[in-house]
Design a binder for this molecule. Structure first.
Ligand SMILES: NC(=O)c1ccc[n+]([C@@H]2O[C@H](COP(=O)([O-])OP(=O)(O)OC[C@H]3O[C@@H](n4cnc5c(N)ncnc54)[C@H](O)[C@@H]3O)[C@@H](O)[C@H]2O)c1
Length: 265
């Protein structure tokens, strides 16, 4: 991705915004004169993060479709526009592999996958009204390289990447670029339960700011539907998806997919 900065005065919404990546991103964007609203679960700690950064705060549980729409409406009412939606809220599973914990599985998928789908749906009309814009989804390397110790997280993040790739051409036709960021392990609260293993194995983890830099860059420079791997010592690089074998006609030629199924490509 090339280096561009967002237009000063533009408006960004960051879900899960009080967490590690959200904070680092908000500080970067604020310093670039972007008007930032962090959206997160309601708690004194989450509100304090926004206050300390000097940015806005909105209460949001991303699993609530109507609440996503209400937050976007509130941002537009206060700031007059929305230029970028960073759909970043997420949780990991507990890593228990003995048997399926149905409640935990549904919770992880509701936040990490449905939250992205609902957030995109809510931001889309506002981004159109702004004359176009960006959706940047924080997926994970686990969405490209599944984790044997967290199936729910792997399913949800792979689903988020698939959603981004699926809707990208449709949004692109409306002037909206959607992309996914797929970081490896990074130094935020989400890896607290694993931290000692990384230290013991001398395994490098990303800083939150390295990931925030890739997120900010994706706003202005991502290709529609791209998934950017972020790894220590590697930076942000587009993941190259392999194609699938095309169906063969009776004549043995590669069949063309009916144009009605292709969307606005
Ligand atoms: N840190 C890593 O190693 C890593 C690697 C790859 C991807 N990610 C992803 O990055 C994103 C940000 O995570 P982070 O590392 O900053 O962790 P974090 O735990 O610091 O932040 C996650 C934030 O999401 C919020 N959140 C949780 N449930 C929510 C809900 N229902 N509605 C709204 N907000 C909710 C939390 O309150 C928290 O502020 C997540 O999607 C995570 O899966 C993290």
């Amino acid at each position: 991705m090339s280096e561009h900065t967002p237009r000063p005065g533009s408006v960004a919404l960051v879900t899960g915004g009080s967490g590690g990546f959200g904070r680092a991103l908000a500080a970067r964007l604020r310093d670039a004169d972007v008007r930032v609203v962090l959206a997160d679960l309601d708690s004194p700690r989450n509100r304090a993060v926004a206050e300390e950064l000097g940015v806005g705060f909105a209460v949001l549980d991303v699993t609530d479709h109507a609440a996503n729409q209400a937050v976007v409406a509130a941002v537009e009412a206060e700031h007059g526009r929305l230029d970028a939606a960073f759909l970043n809220a997420g949780i990991a599973g507990s890593g228990t592999t003995d048997a399926l914990d149905v409640e935990e599985y549904l919770r992880v998928v509701a936040i990490d996958l449905h939250g992205v789908v609902y957030g995109t749906d809510a931001a889309r009309p506002a981004l159109r009204r702004a004359g176009g814009g960006s959706v940047v989804v924080t997926a994970s390397l686990a969405g490209l390289s599944p984790m044997p110790t967290d199936q729910a997280y792997s399913v949800a993040k792979a689903g988020a990447v698939a959603f981004v790739r699926s809707i990208a051409p449709v949004l692109h036709a409306e002037g909206i670029t959607i992309s996914a960021i797929c970081p490896g392990f990074a130094d935020t609260a989400i890896i607290d339960p694993l931290r000692e293993h990384f230290a013991a194995a001398d395994f490098p983890v990303l800083t939150a700011d390295e990931v925030a830099a890739a997120m900010a860059q994706a706003w202005t420079s991502a290709d529609p539907g791209a998934a950017y791997v972020v790894q220590p010592g590697v930076g942000a690089v587009p993941y190259r998806f392999k194609g699938v074998p095309a169906a063969k006609t009776t004549a043995g030629e590669s069949a063309r997919i009916p144009t009605q199924l292709m969307g606005p490509l």
